[in-house]
Design a binder for this molecule. Structure first.
Ligand code: F6P
Length: 361
């Protein structure tokens, strides 16, 4: 008999259910008897002992369903050693829940912060396996996270729709894409939808370069332009500030505008007065709905790999995709690192060759 705990932690994304289904299918095809305990709302369920005993049937028919049947919440890693409002020691409570249920392994579907916590629990002696979840595709050590391609699909569709109306009205449109720290979704959706300008956190922009790119379009006889802008896009001036001042400046902008796209729209208007400019923010639609086929495939394979690792008792691992192979790396190797877009990334270089401006030159 194997007793497996499972939870979904952090911001949700597509294919969480598909991954859990993959884990459970992998387990039931590996072991004669398996008991699954699903913790509700991420680590919170483990801390407070809120869980459901689930059967294989509960994971049937959920391959295509968005969201997570277990619910999710954020339990920030940096606050892990702070007690809960009720004074509970979070790590101690999670260890007690694990022991009380006599678990053989805990499977954590989560992004960067959640995998850091998974690594901490592994260091505390629990058997843990991580599966790389996030629309942002920023988990270090994996080429791909599940959720990313689905989010790119939605962001691309949003920009495609904007394209036709922008062309009809000869307008400049700024579409704000998710990604506070990294620009993978914006980079891919921007290229996929033929955006003219892509602004991402890793490549700070100079508004004068952005305007130069817009004027170039006008000279080419193009009546409209599309900017794909990440939530965390940052100007060169702000990026160059010392950390404390930079944070204060970012907070000042956040207090003044609903989000960065509106700030950028104002900056463009200041240099190009009279321009007809609009902002569109698809927001959390990018995390919703059914996973695209690619995500269904990789999440199913990730789930099967997790089951294989449990069979081999090869714990403390994060399931990853490397060079088109599903494999695993130590949780400790990935914990605490983000996978950023490098300005030297070949995708960025070729995008520039296509004439896309990143506002940096
Ligand atoms: O980490 C996933 C993500 O969707 C980011 O792209 C985005 O910046 C953030 O979560 C939004 O968080 P919340 O759901 O808390 O608004």
């Amino acid at each position: 008999m194997k007793r497996i705990g499972m939870l979904t932690s952090g911001g949700d994304c597509q294919a969480l259910n598909a991954t859990m289904r993959g884990v459970v299918k992998g387990l039931t095809n590996t072991f004669k008897e398996v008991e699954i305990y699903g913790f509700l709302e991420g680590y919170r369920g483990m801390i407070y002992g809120n869980y459901k005993k689930l059967s294989a049937e509960d994971f049937s028919g959920i391959l295509t369903r968005g969201g997570t049947i277990l619910g999710s919440s954020r339990t920030p890693f940096k606050e892990l050693d702070n007690p809960t409002p009720e004074g509970l020691d979070k790590v101690k409570c999670m260890k007690e829940t694990y022991k009380k249920l006599k678990l053989d392994c805990l499977v954590v579907l989560g992004g960067n912060g959640s995998q850091k916590t998974a690594n901490r629990l592994s260091e505390e002696g629990l058997n843990v396996i991580g599966c790389p979840k996030t629309i942002d595709n920023d988990i270090w050590g994996t080429d791909m996270t599940f959720g990313f391609q689905s989010a790119v699909d939605i962001a691309t569709n949003a920009i495609d729709c904007i394209h036709t109306t922008a062309a009809s009205h000869n307008r400049i449109f700024i579409v704000e894409v998710m990604g506070h720290k990294v620009g993978w979704i914006t980079l891919h959706a921007g290229i996929a939808s033929g955006a003219d300008i892509i602004l991402i956190p890793e490549i700070p922009y100079d508004i004068k370069n952005v305007v130069k790119a817009l004027e170039k379009r006008t000279k080419q006889g193009k009546g409209f332009s599309i900017l794909a802008v990440a939530e965390g896009a940052i100007s060169k001036d702000v990026a160059a500030l010392p950390k404390k001042e930079r944070k204060a400046k970012v907070a000042e902008i956040a207090a003044k505008y609903p989000s960065v796209a509106y700030d950028i729209a104002d900056q463009v208007k200041a240099l190009l007065p009279g321009t007809d400019i609009r902002v569109t923010v698809p927001g959390h639609t990018q995390r919703g709905g059914s996973p695209v086929p690619y995500d269904r495939v990789i999440s199913s394979l990730f789930g099967a790999k997790a089951a294989q690792l449990i069979k081999k008792e090869d714990f403390g691992k994060l399931v990853v995709m490397k060079n088109n192979e599903v494999t695993a790396i130590p949780l400790a190797e990935s914990a605490g690192k983000l996978k950023y877009v490098s300005p030297d990334d070949s995708t960025v270089k070729y995008a520039k060759q296509l004439g896309i401006s990143f506002g940096d030159e």
